[in-house]
Design a protein around this ligand. Structure first.
Ligand SMILES: [Zn+2]
Length: 360
C-alpha cells in the first residue's frame, strides 16, 4: 500500500509502497484511511528539527501521521462497539504497560516514558491507505461531524489541557459571582489551529478571550475570532489595550512571546504552556519569581490526550457545528492528494489553518 514515510536522521519525506505486517486479531479492526491532518510536529520531523522520531522495531522507516480519520472496513472477533462503515479517529499514544496511569487508559500521564506514539515514536502513523488497530484505541465519530473529524486529534490535546487547568483551579474559588467564568480574561498566544481551538473551548466555557499575535489577523482569523466572539489583538500595539489576565495559554513555545505578558497576570491566575520550539531564549528575572509567588500564579505544562479527551473533542465539534456554522469547515483550508503531500509537508502553505491529505 501507499504510505508517506520518513527515515530517521534523514531530512525529507517520500510516498512509497510499503509492506507492513499487520494481521486482524481479536479485538481489532481494519481501518481504511479517509483523511490525515498535517501539523507542526510532522513538519518538524520532516525538516529534521524534531529529533525524537524513530521507526518501530524491525523497520528502517516510519510512516508519518498522527491526526487520523478512517472508516471501519472489517472487524475481528470480540469487537463490540464498532461495525463496518463506522468512522473512527485513532488515539496517538499507546501506553508502556507498566505504570498505573497507562494501565487505566491515562497514557497521556505515563510515568516511565516508555510509551510509543503513532507517526512519531516507535509506531507507524496513519498516513497510509489502511491500518489495523485495537478497538480500545479507536474513537467512534458521530455522523454529524464526519466531515470535520480530522480535527479531533489536535482538539483532544486542548480538551485535556483545559480539563487539567480547571481541575487545578479548584484550589480556590475561580468562578464569578454569578457562578459562570464570564468575568475571567484569557490571552491565547499564537493563532494557529491549537491557539484557535483554545480560544473556541474557552469561549464555550464562557471566558473572555484575546487571541494574540504580532500582526494583523488573516482573513480567516478575523472571520473565526468574530464568529466565536473573541478579540484578535496585535501585540505590536503594546499591551495597554488588554485587560489584566486570569489565564495565559502559550501555544508558541517562544519565551520572548509569553514572559513579557506575565506582568498582566492577576492574583490566582494561571499560565498554561503548550507550545514547544527549540533554541528560543528570554530572561527570567527574580522580580518575576516574586510576582509568581506573591500572586499564587499556577504554571502548568500539558501534552497529549486520553481517549476520553478525544470523545470530549468530538462533543465540541458537534456543538460548534450548530453554534458557529462553517467555522470548522473553513479551518480546513486545503485538501491535498497523496502525491502532493511531500510538498506541503516540506513547507507551510500560505494562509493555512489546517492542511489535510485525502486518502479515500
Ligand atoms: Zn506508562
Amino acid at each position: 500500500m501507499k504510505a508517506i514515510t520518513i527515515k530517521p536522521n534523514n531530512i525529507g519525506v517520500e510516498v512509497k509502497d510499503v509492506e507492513i505486517r499487520e494481521q486482524l486479531r481479536k479485538g481489532q479492526a481494519l481501518i481504511k484511511t479517509v483523511m490525515t491532518g498535517i501539523c507542526g510536529t510532522d513538519r518538524g520531523i520532516v525538516s529534521g528539527k524534531i529529533s525524537f522520531a524513530y521507526p518501530p522495531e524491525g523497520y528502517t522507516y516510519l510512516v508519518l501521521g498522527h491526526e487520523g480519520l478512517g472508516r471501519v472496513e472489517e472487524t475481528g472477533e470480540d469487537v463490540n462497539e464498532l461495525k463496518k462503515g463506522d468512522y473512527v479517529v485513532p488515539v496517538v499514544r499507546r501506553g508502556c504497560g507498566e505504570c498505573l496511569n497507562c494501565k487505566i487508559g491515562r497514557q497521556d500521564f505515563c510515568e516511565t516514558g516508555k510509551f510509543v506514539e503513532a507517526g512519531i515514536r516507535g509506531k507507524h502513523g496513519f498516513m497510509r491507505e489502511e491500518f489495523v488497530d485495537d478497538e480500545k484505541y479507536l474513537v467512534k465519530v458521530p455522523e454529524e461531524v464526519r466531515d470535520v473529524a480530522v480535527l479531533t486529534e489536535p482538539l483532544s490535546n486542548v480538551v485535556k489541557a483545559i480539563d487539567e487547568l480547571l481541575f487545578l483551579q479548584r484550589r480556590m474559588i475561580w468562578t464569578c459571582e454569578d457562578s459562570t467564568l464570564e468575568c475571567r480574561n484569557a490571552y491565547i498566544v499564537g493563532t494557529g489551529p491549537i491557539g484557535t481551538f483554545f480560544a473556541m473551548v474557552l469561549r464555550t466555557l464562557g471566558l473572555q478571550v484575546f487571541m494574540l499575535n504580532r500582526r494583523e489577523p488573516s482573513d480567516i482569523e478575523a472571520y473565526i475570532s468574530e464568529k466565536i466572539g473573541a478579540t484578535f489583538y496585535d501585540t505590536r500595539k503594546g499591551l495597554e489595550g488588554l485587560p489584566e489576565a486570569d489565564l495565559i495559554v502559550d501555544t508558541s513555545g517562544v519565551p520572548e512571546a509569553f514572559i513579557p505578558l506575565m506582568k498582566k497576570l492577576k492574583h490566582n491566575s494561571a499560565l498554561v504552556l503548550f507550545g514547544t520550539v527549540e533554541g528560543e531564549k528570554a530572561e527570567f528575572v527574580s522580580d518575576l519569581v516574586t510576582e509568581i509567588v506573591e500572586k499564587n500564579i499556577l504554571i502548568m505544562g500539558s501534552v497529549n490526550a486520553s481517549k476520553k479527551d478525544f470523545q470530549g473533542a468530538l462533543n465540541y465539534l458537534s456543538i460548534w457545528k450548530y453554534r458557529y456554522g462553517d467555522v470548522l469547515t473553513r479551518m480546513i483550508t486545503r485538501v491535498v492528494s497523496i502525491e502532493e503531500a511531500p510538498n506541503v509537508l516540506t513547507k507551510k502553505v500560505k494562509g493555512e489553518v489546517k492542511t489535510v491529505i485525502k486518502w479515500s
